[in-house]
Write a new protein. Structure first.
Length: 131
């Protein structure tokens, strides 16, 4: 019994050290981006038969791409610098200049992607459908 408790305690300590190490490795996140911010959402079927909104956070995305800080910059596993881009276009009602805003956004994204790995951040972190 004592062996089991020691094994569980050691496992928990290792897990805690792993998490805090990852958090420290992302201390070069831009000031306006937090590890808990939502990158994307996806509607999935819940176990109870309804629908559920699955959210991907900055922390999960950075883990997926094996990001780390190097010389004060956030880079992915291929040493490409990472930039975040907050998308626009989650309007409930459309206005006359929407097309212009979306075109400008597409140009900015294309320019960034030439040089950086871009993480596009949803403009609707709740995931709820906008009427």
């Amino acid at each position: 019994m004592l062996r089991i408790l020691l094994l569980i305690a050691a496992t928990l300590v290792c897990l805690e050290v792993g998490v805090s190490a990852k958090e420290r490795s992302w201390n070069c996140l831009p000031n306006d981006i937090k590890a808990t911010d939502v990158v994307s959402t996806q509607v999935v079927r819940a176990a109870a038969g309804g629908r559920e909104i699955r959210k991907t956070t900055v922390a999960r995305k950075l883990t997926e791409i094996k990001a780390r800080c190097s010389n004060g910059k956030l880079i992915d596993s291929s040493r490409t610098e990472i930039r975040f881009f907050k998308l626009t276009g989650c309007w409930g009602t459309r206005s006359d200049d929407d097309r212009e805003v979306l075109d400008r956004q597409a140009r900015e994204l294309a320019d960034l992607k030439k040089r950086y790995r871009v993480i596009e951040m949803t403009c609707n972190p709740s995931g709820e459908q906008i009427p």
